[in-house]
Design a protein around this ligand. Structure first.
Ligand SMILES: [Ca+2]
Ligand SMILES: [Ca+2]
Ligand SMILES: [Ca+2]
Length: 323
């Protein structure tokens, strides 16, 4: 990656990173992240029982930061019971050398050295009413405890969420805050991920989004893969060059992939992956996995807010219909 590109990318980050630290992000409009216990049937919508989310703190930030988890327990409100509540979910925060640059941490599975780095904090939650619908706070954390990654313009932390045991679904949200008491953004900070396991809305009027970033001019196509979509509605990609193209969606307990061709206008822009439910609203409590790869099989980064803003189609407005 060239120095010039680095600089322009970081400038884009700086100007677009308001509201960057809730995960799922405000623009994503996704209700919750989801991780099932490792003993769950995959047909409930989780196949890996893990989620890895990265947080970048700009190098200008010297004051401590806090990583907060809303509803970290699995029980009571906001979670999905199977039989009785018996699920343990661990949240582990890593920093230091290798934590975020290790290639295994950028894969879909918990294989190899995905947990490389220094374990800064970890907590396992069961059916803990004291954390039900409440925030749990990791920190204070010194920004320099993250791994410095020049391409990201700062120190990066890795949060691994793992469904250790049990068969229930744990829903939660995350926030990187500059103080322990409430949720206040770290200026210029942001979150990114390579794979999302999420709960979709029940309300068909809501549209959710994911914003993978096309960072490299060697990308000629991307492959999207999703799991257990229950044939619910549509996934449509929009971009500066595409008014709207359908991507394939999976059935119950099924993986499916489809290809999308990248054109040069899309380099250094985000794609807007729109997830729209079927208007009948008949599919409820829909948990799904989605990720994107380039033609080399490397996972693309998606950002909790779109880098460079939500992409606007720049073609003929009369052509603005879904192909
Ligand atoms: Ca259970
Ligand atoms: Ca929960
Ligand atoms: Ca599902």
């Amino acid at each position: 990656m060239s120095k010039l590109f680095n600089l322009s990318f970081i400038l884009l980050l700086v100007v677009t990173m308001a509201q960057a630290q809730p995960v799922p992000g405000t623009d994503e409009n996704i209700p919750n992240l989801m991780t099932f216990g490792a003993d769950a049937e995959t047909s409930w919508g989780d196949a890996h029982f893990c989620q890895i989310i990265f947080f970048t703190v700009p190098k200008s930030q010297t004051a401590p930061i806090y990583i907060k988890v809303f509803d970290p327990d699995c029980g009571g409100e906001n979670d999905e019971i199977q039989g009785e509540w018996d699920t343990q979910t661990s949240f582990s925060l890593y920093g230091g050398k290798g934590s975020c640059s290790n290639e295994d941490a950028k894969k879909i599975n918990l294989d190899g050295d995905y947990d490389e780095g220094t374990l800064l904090a970890s907590k396992t939650f069961g059916d803990d009413t004291q954390y039900d619908m409440k925030w749990y706070t990791f920190g204070p954390i010194n920004p320099s405890e993250g791994e410095y990654i020049e391409e990201e313009g700062g120190f990066v932390f890795k949060l691994i969420i793992e469904g250790v045991s049990g068969d229930d679904g744990n829903m939660y949200r995350l926030f990187m805050s500059d103080n322990a008491q409430d949720e206040k953004e770290v200026e210029g900070g942001y979150a990114f991920y390579f794979k999302y396991t999420i709960r979709l809305h029940d309300d068909p009027k809501e549209m959710s989004h994911i914003y993978p970033y096309i960072n490299d001019s060697s990308i000629v196509s991307i492959k999207q893969t999703n799991f257990d979509w229950d044939s619910d509605g549509w996934i449509v990609v929009r971009s500066v060059a595409t008014a709207g193209k359908f991507m394939k969606i999976s059935k119950d307990d099924e993986w499916i992939s489809s290809l999308y061709t990248i054109v040069p206008e899309e380099y250094n822009t985000s794609l807007d992956i729109q997830m729209k439910k079927h208007p009948s609203g008949s599919i409820r409590n829909n948990n799904v996995i989605i990720y994107f790869e380039n033609q080399y099989g490397e996972l693309l980064k998606s950002y909790s807010v779109p880098i460079g803003g939500v992409p606007k189609y720049k073609g003929n407005p009369e052509a603005e219909e879904i192909e």
